[in-house]
Design a protein. Structure first.
Length: 97
Protein backbone atom coordinates (compact mmCIF):
# COMPACT_ATOMS: atom_id res chain seq x y z
CA UNK A 1 0.00 0.00 0.00
CA UNK A 2 1.26 3.43 -0.86
CA UNK A 3 1.19 6.12 1.76
CA UNK A 4 -0.74 9.25 0.85
CA UNK A 5 1.05 12.51 1.65
CA UNK A 6 -0.87 15.57 2.76
CA UNK A 7 0.58 19.02 2.38
CA UNK A 8 1.24 21.15 5.46
CA UNK A 9 -1.67 23.55 4.97
CA UNK A 10 -4.23 20.75 4.67
CA UNK A 11 -2.79 18.92 7.67
CA UNK A 12 -2.90 22.06 9.83
CA UNK A 13 -6.41 22.93 8.64
CA UNK A 14 -7.65 19.44 9.53
CA UNK A 15 -6.01 19.56 12.96
CA UNK A 16 -7.58 22.95 13.71
CA UNK A 17 -10.98 21.83 12.41
CA UNK A 18 -11.02 18.66 14.51
CA UNK A 19 -9.83 20.65 17.53
CA UNK A 20 -12.65 23.18 17.18
CA UNK A 21 -15.24 20.43 16.70
CA UNK A 22 -13.91 18.58 19.76
CA UNK A 23 -14.12 21.73 21.90
CA UNK A 24 -17.65 22.50 20.68
CA UNK A 25 -18.75 18.91 21.35
CA UNK A 26 -17.25 18.96 24.83
CA UNK A 27 -18.93 22.26 25.72
CA UNK A 28 -22.30 21.05 24.40
CA UNK A 29 -21.98 17.85 26.44
CA UNK A 30 -21.02 19.76 29.59
CA UNK A 31 -23.95 22.14 29.14
CA UNK A 32 -26.36 19.27 28.59
CA UNK A 33 -25.09 17.14 31.47
CA UNK A 34 -25.20 20.04 33.95
CA UNK A 35 -28.92 20.47 33.29
CA UNK A 36 -28.58 23.99 31.95
CA UNK A 37 -31.55 25.35 30.07
CA UNK A 38 -30.37 25.60 26.50
CA UNK A 39 -33.24 27.54 24.95
CA UNK A 40 -32.62 29.11 21.62
CA UNK A 41 -32.92 32.80 20.93
CA UNK A 42 -36.42 32.39 19.48
CA UNK A 43 -37.79 30.92 22.71
CA UNK A 44 -36.30 33.73 24.79
CA UNK A 45 -37.62 36.45 22.48
CA UNK A 46 -41.10 34.89 22.36
CA UNK A 47 -41.21 34.62 26.14
CA UNK A 48 -40.19 38.26 26.67
CA UNK A 49 -42.48 39.51 23.90
CA UNK A 50 -45.43 37.62 25.39
CA UNK A 51 -44.81 39.21 28.80
CA UNK A 52 -44.49 42.72 27.39
CA UNK A 53 -47.23 42.48 24.78
CA UNK A 54 -49.73 40.64 26.99
CA UNK A 55 -50.57 38.32 24.09
CA UNK A 56 -49.94 34.64 23.56
CA UNK A 57 -47.36 33.95 20.86
CA UNK A 58 -48.78 32.45 17.69
CA UNK A 59 -47.17 31.01 14.59
CA UNK A 60 -47.93 32.33 11.13
CA UNK A 61 -47.58 28.85 9.65
CA UNK A 62 -48.15 25.87 11.88
CA UNK A 63 -45.53 23.20 11.23
CA UNK A 64 -45.31 19.72 12.64
CA UNK A 65 -42.12 18.34 14.22
CA UNK A 66 -40.24 17.89 10.97
CA UNK A 67 -41.45 21.01 9.15
CA UNK A 68 -38.43 23.12 10.03
CA UNK A 69 -35.99 20.37 9.08
CA UNK A 70 -37.70 19.86 5.73
CA UNK A 71 -37.64 23.61 5.06
CA UNK A 72 -33.92 23.94 5.78
CA UNK A 73 -33.18 20.82 3.73
CA UNK A 74 -35.08 22.14 0.72
CA UNK A 75 -33.40 25.54 1.03
CA UNK A 76 -29.99 23.82 1.14
CA UNK A 77 -30.80 21.65 -1.87
CA UNK A 78 -31.99 24.55 -4.02
CA UNK A 79 -29.12 26.85 -3.03
CA UNK A 80 -26.66 24.00 -3.69
CA UNK A 81 -28.12 23.46 -7.14
CA UNK A 82 -27.88 27.16 -7.96
CA UNK A 83 -24.30 27.50 -6.67
CA UNK A 84 -23.32 24.27 -8.43
CA UNK A 85 -24.74 25.49 -11.73
CA UNK A 86 -22.81 28.77 -11.57
CA UNK A 87 -19.68 27.31 -9.88
CA UNK A 88 -17.27 27.82 -12.78
CA UNK A 89 -18.53 31.34 -13.40
CA UNK A 90 -18.21 32.28 -9.74
CA UNK A 91 -14.99 30.52 -8.78
CA UNK A 92 -13.35 29.55 -12.06
CA UNK A 93 -9.95 30.85 -13.07
CA UNK A 94 -10.03 34.26 -14.64
CA UNK A 95 -8.88 34.34 -18.22
CA UNK A 96 -6.66 37.19 -19.28
CA UNK A 97 -7.86 38.95 -22.40
Amino acid sequence: MSRMHIDTFTRNALIIMFGIVAIMSLMAYLGFSSGAKMNGTDAIVEENAAKLGKKNPTNLVTLDETGEYIGFTLAGVFSGLIIGYYWTELFGKRRKK
